[in-house]
Each structure stands twice: as C-alpha cells, then as structure tokens.
Design a protein around this ligand. Structure first.
Ligand code: DC
Length: 233
C-alpha cells in the first residue's frame, strides 16, 4: 500500500542584532504561515531572571551552569508560541526588566548553558513547523535549515525603537558582548538572506521574508524532485 507522504516540519531561522525587529517580524511570519513562534532570547532571559531570583551571581559561570543543570523546566506551547516554564511559571513581564537585560549576556556566554538551550530549542520541533528567532539559530541550533534570515538596522534606528518601547539600553555594548563571546557568537549564518530594515516597516520586512521563503521552497522542491527522478532511473 502506498504510504501517505508526511511532510517533515520546517524551521525558519531569524537571527540578528538587538532591536532589529526579530520579534515583530518572526511573529508576523509565523502567523502568516501558521507556524509556532519561538523566542529563544526569552529562554535565556528566563534563566537570567531565575539566577537573580536564586541570588546566583551571573558573572560566576560555574554557578550559572550548576543552576541550569538543576532548574525544573518544561517546554509549553500555547496560542502559537513555545516557551520555557520554570517551576510551573512563565515570567513574561519579569524577563523584560533592565536588570534582566543587563544580566542575560553573561548567562548566554556560558558554554554549558548554550548546550542546554540548544537541546531545548531543538526539542521545540515536537510542536510542528517553527519560526525561531535568536542569535545562533541558523549557525548553531538548526544549521541544516534552508530558511535563514539575518536582520539588522542602523544603531540609531535600533536605539530609537527601544526608546519608543520605553526601554533605555546600551545596545552597542550588548551586541558587542553577543558577537564576541567564544561560543556560538552572533554572526551572519552561511546562506542567510541579510535584511537591513532601517528604512522599512515591519510589513515590508516580513513580506520580504515570506516572499523569499516561497522562492527558496520552490527551489528546494524542484531540487528534491530532480533527485527523486534520478533515484527512480
Ligand atoms: O533577543 P533578546 O534581546 O531577548 O536576547 C536576550 C539575550 O540573549 C541577548 O543578549 C542575546 C542572547 N541570545 C543568545 O545569545 N542566543 C539566542 N539564540 C538568543 C538570545
């Protein structure tokens, strides 16, 4: 009997600098495609928040790694978003404070933490096709995906966007820490489409990503069709 073809889940990787529009655009793309949205920065922020709550010094890599080994978490998926719940609680508001923003790059630089996060992030595929945003999705978490995007915008524009959200932050310092850490630093993934959206609306940015996904998917389907034909011969 002919087995029905089950399509494997697809991952759209959206990486980029802080305040480059990753969240807004990932959510728009996920909604348009009916995929699950995963904000991996929120996962790192959740650990940073938990360190502060447990009075663990975020600059002490060993202590952070030890806490990450023993914290009690589950991956949840609700309303099209996948996220980490710790001790049965998702600290949605708490992870957006200035204190957590200052702590998170230290936590994100710990190799054992990155290993733990990569495993949890890859596990999200159990929820179906994903739009995953972060700093190392195309380079490290799902390097095998054909759909990689890298967003950026001028520093003044990104600072203006953060300020409009009521957040004052030294974005240049955070980007520098994220780009210069030893493990999985922020960089443009090989084969990624780079979009500088300084002068673009989120509709234009997400529209450009969606059009590119369509194009890459058609190219991939064509290549797969060719190799299947070759196998039959
Ligand atoms: O996207 P964000 O500002 O919420 O990310 C919070 C921090 O986590 C930021 O300093 C970069 C880091 N991060 C990371 O190192 N790798 C990811 N995949 C996502 C975020």
């Amino acid at each position: 009997m002919l087995q029905p073809k089950i399509k494997p889940p697809v991952v759209i990787a959206i990486d980029g600098t802080s305040a480059s529009g990753k969240s807004t655009n990932s959510k728009l793309v996920a909604k348009a495609l009916g995929f699950v949205h995963v904000d991996t920065g929120a996962m790192y922020r959740t650990l940073a928040w938990y360190c502060l709550k447990q009075h663990v010094d975020v600059q002490d890599a060993k202590a952070v790694a030890a806490l990450c080994r023993r914290w009690k978490t589950t991956l949840k998926c609700a309303d099209g978003n996948a996220y980490l719940v710790v001790d049965g609680y998702y600290p949605a508001k708490e992870i957006r404070t200035a204190e957590v923003s200052a702590a998170v790059p230290h936590v994100a630089a710990v190799p054992k933490v990155r290993e733990w996060m990569k495993k949890a992030q890859r596990e999200c595929i159990k929820f179906g096709s994903l739009v995953m945003e972060g700093r190392d999705i195309g380079t490290n978490v799902f390097p095998e995906t054909d759909f990689k995007y890298y967003l950026d915008a001028k520093l003044e524009e990104r600072s203006r966007r953060r300020a409009a959200d009521g957040i004052r932050e030294n974005l240049a310092a955070r980007d520098q820490r994220d780009s210069q850490r030893a493990v999985a630093p922020l960089m443009i993934p090989l084969g990624a489409k780079v979009i500088n959206n300084s002068q673009m609306t989120s509709e234009q940015t997400s529209g450009m990503i969606l059009a590119d996904i369509k194009k890459r998917k058609a190219e991939r389907d064509k290549a797969q069709g060719r190799s299947q034909k070759a196998e039959v011969r």
